[in-house]
Structures are given as C-alpha cells and as structure tokens.
Design a protein. Structure first.
Length: 178
C-alpha cells in the first residue's frame, strides 16, 4: 500500500512538472496557440499477406501547444486491397497523438495510438492501432512516412490465419489554421 501511494505521488509530481515546463516554454516563445486542420491522402504497402496495397484519406485536427509541440486527433477511411473477390479490409482509424518538431520547425516526429474499426465484408472487429511517423511540414503542406501496426487484424503466416498486421504508408496533406 505504501509503494502504491509513493507511485501515485511520483506520477502527480511528474504531471505537474510537465505542465509547468510547457507553460514556461509557451511564455518564452510567445507563440499563438491554435487549431489546424489537415486533409490528406495515404498510400501504402502492407508488410503481411494476403494484402497487396492500401489507399485512404484522412482528416487531422492539430492543437499547437507551442511552436514545437502539438496534440493531434486523426480519423478517416482506408482500404486494404486483396487479390480476389470480397476480401478487402476497409477500416476507420481513430487516433490521438503527440507531434514534436525536431529540426527548424519543419521536420517532426509523431506518435499516435487509437483504434481501427473494420467496416467491410462482414468483418466487424476492432484493433488496437499504433502509428509512429516522421514528416516534413510547411505552413500548408505536410508529407509524412508512417508505420501502422494493427494488433488484431488478420494476416496469413505459414498458410495459417494469425494476427498482427503492419503497414508502411506515405501521407500527403494540405493544412490550414482554423
């Protein structure tokens, strides 16, 4: 019980320190916080069989905490294409993330976590979705390379059905302030 109380105190102290450091950073930069919206298209290659390629579109709402750090919410629709009849896997991603600009306010690293909701071919499973990415953004254009990992979507391994689909994709988006 004592260890649990110490852990809660440590987490609370850490949270206050992080919030304080963001507040100090914002005051120093005098940056105008605000929302941005990005509309993008995605194309990618799955790393597992039986999928051939992926196409999709998304919308990303971004809230700038400072000039270097942002919070994101992303959703859209994507489709994993498979050779044959009625085998495609369409899904709706819903992700939240953190974006950090690391070089001249243009090059960024981002991590997102969320869920992918399958919506095609009577496949109604939901999967955990993890999405690290690296990108380059200007005032209007955002280009990024992303890896998506779907914990619970089916794949073929050694001619048996398994789980754990990977996807490498390129995103091209147009963004603007709201």
């Amino acid at each position: 019980m004592k260890n649990l109380f110490s852990l809660k105190s440590f987490i609370a102290t850490l949270a206050v320190a992080l919030i304080s450091s963001f507040a100090v950073a914002q005051e120093k930069e005098n940056y105008d916080q605000g929302f941005r919206l990005g509309i993008g298209i995605n194309a990618g290659l799955p790393t597992n069989d039986p999928y051939d390629f992926n196409l999709g579109a998304d919308a990303r709402l971004q809230y700038d905490l400072s000039k270097k750090y942002s919070l994101t919410l992303t959703t859209g629709f994507s489709n994993m294409f498979v050779s044959g009849d009625d085998n495609d896997l369409g899904y709706i991603p819903a992700k939240a993330g953190f974006k950090a600009f690391v070089l001249k306010d243009k090059l960024y690293l981002m991590g997102e976590v969320g869920a992918a909701f399958a919506v095609t071919n009577n496949y109604d499973k939901t999967s955990l979705l993890l999405s690290p990415s690296i990108g380059f953004a200007t005032n209007k254009i955002d280009i990024s390379l992303r890896y998506d990992h779907f914990n619970d979507f089916p794949v073929l391994k050694d001619n048996t059905v398994d789980k754990g689909l990977g996807l490498v994709s390129l995103r091209l988006a147009y963004g603007f302030k709201l």
